[in-house]
Design a protein around this ligand. Structure first.
Ligand code: HEM
Length: 264
């Protein structure tokens, strides 16, 4: 840092601008709406940081730096744990407290978070429909389209394994990057070999399993929190609510890493 006197804590972090961004819509306003806004804004900031770190992991794998990639994956997992823990704060809000301002949300819902969809895309859960929901030319749509067309984290991992000398078939290395990550028996044979004889890469696989589990943990906790807050009511985003969310829980991001476990 230079000794520039203009660089203060407030100026560097733009605290005035930051504190002007929480604008409750309820009359009064209702006490709990500030918590609701703050927590969602904090999530969006963490989503931004996660995307920054995912880009870094991909670059590190592409540069054949597995130790640094693992280190970054650990940071990502730690952030995911914070994201899950934050739901505890929201659960201190009772259903009636939420109802006091819910109608002001109109159709707004986390369902419309483009950064959450970007994270899903990086992890291989892609859908063109999710891109089309955002207006042509908007920041969100441009970012999502880019991530739709980019290889996933799993693709970067398979390319890395191939350069490590593992016989990853060309059909995996040149697959269509928008397609879902399907389980594959030939990849599972490679992963079993790694777990049995290659501790460095087995560790990397374990971090990917941690990531898969951590992401599902968020989905599960969010679904339960929603059920306890709105029960069987429909979501503000237009879905069936808790039922829709329940169906997103338990889908593995990296199915091969789960398939092999019974055979190790
Ligand atoms: C009282 C608090 C909350 C309630 C009642 C709630 C409710 C819901 C509901 C019902 C949905 C399904 C889509 C819809 O029809 O709206 C949903 C989706 C979603 N929510 Fe929440 N939510 C809450 C807090 C949060 C927070 C704090 C976040 C953090 C960003 C969040 C992020 C999401 C995301 C990313 C989705 C899309 C999930 C998917 O499509 O797999 N929600 N939420």
């Amino acid at each position: 840092m230079t000794n520039d006197p203009a660089v203060t804590y407030g100026a560097y972090l733009k605290v005035d601008e930051l504190l002007a961004l929480q604008q409750p819509r309820s009359a009064g306003p209702e006490h709990d709406e500030l918590l609701f806004i703050v927590i969602h804004q904090v999530y969006e900031l963490w989503f931004r940081e996660l995307l920054h770190e995912f880009d870094h992991v991909t670059r590190l794998l592409t540069a054949d730096e597995p130790h640094r990639a693992q280190h970054t994956l650990k940071r990502i997992l730690t952030i995911l744990k914070v994201l899950v823990a934050q739901l505890d704060i929201l659960e201190t809000m009772t259903p009636l407290e939420f109802l006091s301002f819910r109608e002001r949300l109109a159709a707004a819902s986390g369902f419309q978070s483009d950064q959450f969809r970007q994270i899903e895309f990086v992890l291989g859960v892609k859908s063109e429909g999710a891109v089309d929901r955002f207006p042509e030319g908007s920041r969100a749509r441009v970012a999502l389209q880019r991530r739709l067309d980019e290889p996933t984290l799993w693709d970067a991992f398979l390319h890395y394994l191939s350069r490590e000398g593992y016989p990853v078939a060309a059909s995996h290395l040149h697959r269509h990057v928008t397609a879902p990550t399907e389980p594959s028996t030939d990849l599972q044979e490679i992963l079993i070999d790694i777990y049995r004889a290659d501790p460095k890469n087995a560790e990397l696989c374990e971090r990917l399993v941690d990531l898969d589990e951590g992401f599902q943990e968020w989905r599960y906790r969010h679904a339960r929190m929603v059920e306890r807050t709105i029960g069987t009511k429909r979501g503000t985003g237009g879905s069936s609510g808790a039922e829709y969310l329940r169906n997103t829980v338990g889908r593995n991001l990296f199915p091969d890493l789960w398939e092999i476990r019974g055979r190790l």
